[in-house]
Design a binder for this molecule. Structure first.
Ligand code: IMP
Length: 426
């Protein structure tokens, strides 16, 4: 079965990069279908750390096709820099294809991102500052500029002129050197031109041939524009449906969806977070889990695993399988808490409220489980995990309604316990 979608089941940073890299070993191609440089996927291979923002996490597996789908927003400057760094570190042997229909992030998008956050004051979202929202807004507003537009300089220049009028109203007349911007974008495009093409056509051809294609979601379910904690979300569709729109395949081509969840919860940026721990236990999770953003370096907010939210992620993504990451971070806790319900206005509910503002006033209902007092970080087999850790995982799958297929107990590739191969059940 060839098409597997991997999504974040929380607020991003679940460890999708590592799981994607692991599953990419058996894939022919890996496709990113939304987002842009706001994503930060950290991979550790042979003790070397790699931080990817735009290129799919299959890049560290030689021979794989790495495809940037039409649903992405791409800063060519950042893409060229990422490719240069990979080349410098001798990461070679992958084939890159960038959809001509993906939209460009241009310098004015970053400026607008910063300006809008400033104007929002206390209502600010805490964006990554990469210009993601403004670029998607231009796309929806039908004044966006696509990667393929650069192939015809006069078209590109015309579209830039349309934007100039629009952006000068917002940023002022002298904020941008328009000629310099145009020349630099065209120069970057020339550098990257050989990678640009029809990504949807290629992906469908691969699937027609029975090849295995992995669709790598960035961010996570609760940062989804529709299904997340709106307005504290990103501007794209990280949930599984986005894989179709953002890569140009039909829904019937998808065989399975796997969701990645940490064994606890983290979130960066503002917005509701029902199980957030602001005291000592939260700080312990930050330190043990090294919870600092890959893209912005910001400290992540940490809390216990929220099964109410996870059930919702299972529902909106159609998850059958889960990959549980960073289980080893919970080693040594006397007691581990799982949020099984929310108390809202004196009543306990087990399903996630559709109105995210209701999350502000809720009190999590916890079930406590005993922790385990030994390290799990070198364990390779399910049966070798401490009994308490197995009980913890079983409780998660029973409550979430999806099988925990993979368990990650460390950053290296080898630190992955396979209970069920997601490709086989796809
Ligand atoms: P934007 O995507 O930069 O517009 O940011 C919108 C929200 O999504 C902010 O709360 C960011 O912190 C969050 N966000 C965006 N990308 C990621 C990610 O890859 N991991 C975690 N949070 C993210």
């Amino acid at each position: 079965m060839p098409a597997l979608v991997i999504v974040g089941a929380q607020w991003g940073d679940e460890g999708k990069g590592k799981i994607t890299d692991f599953l990419a070993a058996s894939a022919d191609a890996v496709v990113r279908y939304q987002g842009g440089g706001n994503a930060g996927h950290t991979l550790v291979v042979d003790k070397q750390q790699y931080k990817l923002h735009l290129v799919p996490s299959g890049v560290l597996r030689p021979g794989k096709e790495c495809i940037l789908g039409n649903g992405m927003v791409i800063d060519l400057e950042a893409l060229a820099a990422e490719l240069a760094e990979l080349a410098q570190r001798k990461v070679e042997g992958f084939r890159l294809l960038v959809s001509a229909s993906a939209h460009l992030i241009l310098p004015y998008h970053r400026m607008l991102d910063a300006l809008e956050e400033e104007r929002k004051g206390s209502e600010r979202i805490g964006t990554t500052g990469m210009g993601i929202g403004p670029a998607y807004r231009d796309k929806v507003n039908r004044i966006g500029i696509r990667v393929g537009d650069c192939a015809r300089p006069h078209v590109f220049a015309h579209k830039l002129e349309v934007n100039r009028r629009h952006k000068e109203e917002l940023l002022g007349r002298d904020a941008i050197d328009w000629d310099g911007l145009r020349d630099r974008q065209l120069e970057l495009f020339e550098q990257l031109r050989s990678y640009v093409g029809d990504a949807s056509g290629r992906i469908n051809t691969l699937l027609d041939k029975g090849r295995r294609v992995l669709f790598e979601g960035a961010q996570g379910t609760f940062l989804d524009l529709d299904h997340g904690t709106y307005p504290f979300v990103t501007s794209s569709t990280p949930t599984a449906g986005g894989a179709c729109v953002g890569s140009g395949i039909g829904p019937s081509r998808i065989d399975a969806v796997i969701g990645v969840s940490k064994a606890y919860t983290t979130r960066v940026g503002a917005g509701p977070f029902p199980t957030e721990l602001t005291g000592e236990e939260g700080e312990l999770l930050v330190q043990r889990g090294n919870e600092y953003g890959t893209t912005t370096g910001r400290k992540r907010r940490c809390g216990w695993l929220d099964l109410v939210a996870l059930r919702r992620a299972v529902r909106v993504n159609g998850l059958r399988g889960l990959a549980l990451s960073k289980l080893d971070v919970l080693d040594g806790f006397d007691r581990i808490r799982l949020c099984t319900g929310y108390r809202i206005g004196g009543q306990v509910v087990e399903s996630y409220p559709d109105d995210p503002w209701m999350l502000e006033g809720i009190e999590p209902v916890y079930q406590d489980l005993p922790g385990w007092q030994r390290s799990t970080s070198r364990i390779e087999r399910w049966d070798d995990l401490p009994a308490e850790a197995r009980a913890y995982v079983r409780m998660i799958e029973q409550q979430a309604g999806a099988a925990v297929q993979l368990i990650s107990v460390g950053a290296e590739r080898g630190c992955t316990i396979v209970r069920e191969d997601p490709w086989n059940v796809a």
